[in-house]
Design a protein around this ligand. Structure first.
Ligand SMILES: [Mg+2]
Length: 246
């Protein structure tokens, strides 16, 4: 304890470092979903599910709107919410969470496995328009790039599909680690893999509860606004941090 009101931290630097300035940023860690990539919109996803299930003709505007309404309603049901807890700890838990949700939607009931295949498809996750330029710039500046994600499958398939894998040095995914953010182990594993001091890294994400946990391991943390976006994510601000010498 250094004061009665110490911040809650999971990693405390050596006492002598308290008098030293933060080191320059050597690594940037990004969240994946809603930070670097977004899932295609619900209408597109439903249409792809309908095509994959051979039920495209059934999905008129009324059926589509009803399905989206039922998705919204079902997601907040207590039993569905309960099924989402820890869903990114293991693939089968994520699949269970989705099936519990989707089986309450008339159009999806009985074709949950098809819907799941579609959500896992390489092109179902789309990078924000500024992601590639920012990742490329970081690499060209010699800054290490990592992804720390709560996810239930290898998100490398999405990086490779969009040609972004070349700009990412390391990926830490919850289902492979057996823990989810904000568990300090997620952030520390990425720093260890990249051989960088957490004080010389910054975490960029959209979820203050999960991604914000990086602050407790000594990392600077940048939380993006939670607003839904379909194009630019505002990631260029990260380059600004570097330009300012942070
Ligand atoms: Mg996110």
């Amino acid at each position: 304890m250094s004061s009665l009101y110490d911040s809650a931290v999971a990693h405390r630097a050596a006492d002598s470092r308290g008098l030293e300035p933060l080191p320059s940023i050597e690594a940037v860690l990004f969240d994946f979903s809603h930070t670097l990539f977004r899932l295609v919109d619900a209408e597109t996803w439903l249409r792809r599910v309908a095509v994959a299930a051979g039920r495209e003709a059934e999905l008129d505007d009324d059926v589509r709107d009803k399905a989206i309404g039922q998705l919204v309603h079902a997601y907040v049901l207590p039993e569905v919410t309960a099924a989402q807890a820890g869903r990114d700890l293991a693939p089968e838990r994520h699949r269970h969470g989705m099936y519990e949700w989707w089986r309450r939607v008339d159009f999806l009931k009985g074709i949950e496995s098809v819907a799941y295949d579609v959500i896992r498809a390489a092109d179902s996750w789309v990078p924000y328009s500024d992601a590639e330029a920012v990742l490329r710039s970081l690499c060209e500046q010699g800054v290490k790039v990592g992804i720390v994600s709560d996810f239930a499958w290898d998100l490398g398939v999405h990086l490779e599909y969009w040609g972004l894998d070349a700009w990412v040095d390391d990926v830490v995914i919850s289902y492979q680690e057996g823990c989810e953010k904000p568990d300090p182990a997620m952030f520390l594993k990425a720093c260890q893999n990249l051989d960088v001091d957490p004080r010389a890294a910054i975490m960029v994400g959209d979820n203050p509860t999960r991604d914000g946990g990086a602050a407790a391991v000594g990392m600077r943390t940048y939380i993006l606004p939670g607003e839904p976006r379909n194009d630019d994510r505002g990631l260029e601000h990260v380059l600004g941090f570097l330009a300012w010498g942070l």
